[in-house]
Design a protein around this ligand. Structure first.
Ligand SMILES: [Zn+2]
Length: 222
């Protein structure tokens, strides 16, 4: 994984994203977790007169995948984002082999939240996917105010909770955008973000998430 600097592999040995066991440099997972494969979920989000927005998600949010996402978000292990970002990119390549994206972007965090965590996991996922897809990563959205944490709300309130929270940073007329988040639950956050991108001129928006869950399964999504 870090062939450029073997010393880093000694000081910070690569770990299996799913179980945390130390693995050899160049391996993606440990032997036991190598049988965990993506199970792609395709979920239509909404349609306008000009565009239909769909979300592709790679792994069900359960068992070892849930363990990995929790460590990625709350265990200060941002390197797990690289694994999921690459998986996302492979999924998009397989699902949409003919789509030429102009930009990869991510669901933003509030400045305070990102400062507290030290990173935005969705941004790291998007940057990793951008490298594999050879499509530039661009910060196209901003979070203009903090809202209540989504996972504490019933599904019906989540759409209301994200209204007016995200804004496009600029116009990007005619561009095809790949928008990335870590988990899709109700799809409320991705829906409002995709609508902002379309309003800012995007020709199409495709959403991709590392994992998918139904709202009752997720007590740790924000
Ligand atoms: Zn493992």
């Amino acid at each position: 994984m870090r062939k450029d600097n073997p010393l880093l592999d000694i000081l910070f040995p690569p770990r299996c994203p799913f179980c945390g066991k130390i693995i050899y440099s160049g391996e993606q997972t440990c032997d036991v977790c190598s049988n965990i494969h993506p199970k792609v979920c395709v979920r239509p989000l909404f349609s306008t007169a000009h565009a239909a927005v769909t979300c592709y998600a790679a792994y069900p949010y359960q068992d070892q995948v849930r363990n990995a996402v929790l460590r990625m978000k709350f265990g200060d292990e941002p390197s797990i984002c690289t694994f999921f970002g690459h998986a996302l990119a492979e999924m998009i390549r397989e699902q949409l082999p003919k789509t030429c994206f102009d930009a990869v972007t991510a669901v933003p965090m509030s400045h305070l939240h990102q400062f507290q965590r030290g990173y935005n996991q969705s941004e790291l996922l998007a940057k990793a996917a951008s490298g594999v897809l050879h499509v530039p990563y661009c910060r196209l959205l901003k979070k203009s105010r903090r809202n209540r944490t989504q996972h504490r709300l019933p599904a019906a309130e989540r759409f209301h909770n994200v209204q007016g929270v995200y804004q496009a940073r600029k116009t990007f007329t005619g561009k095809q955008v790949l928008l990335i988040d870590d988990i899709i639950t109700t799809g409320a956050t991705l829906t409002v973000c995709a609508k902002q991108l379309l309003q800012a001129g995007a020709r199409s928006v495709t959403c991709a998430a590392a994992t998918f869950a139904v709202p009752e399964e997720v007590a740790d999504k924000d």
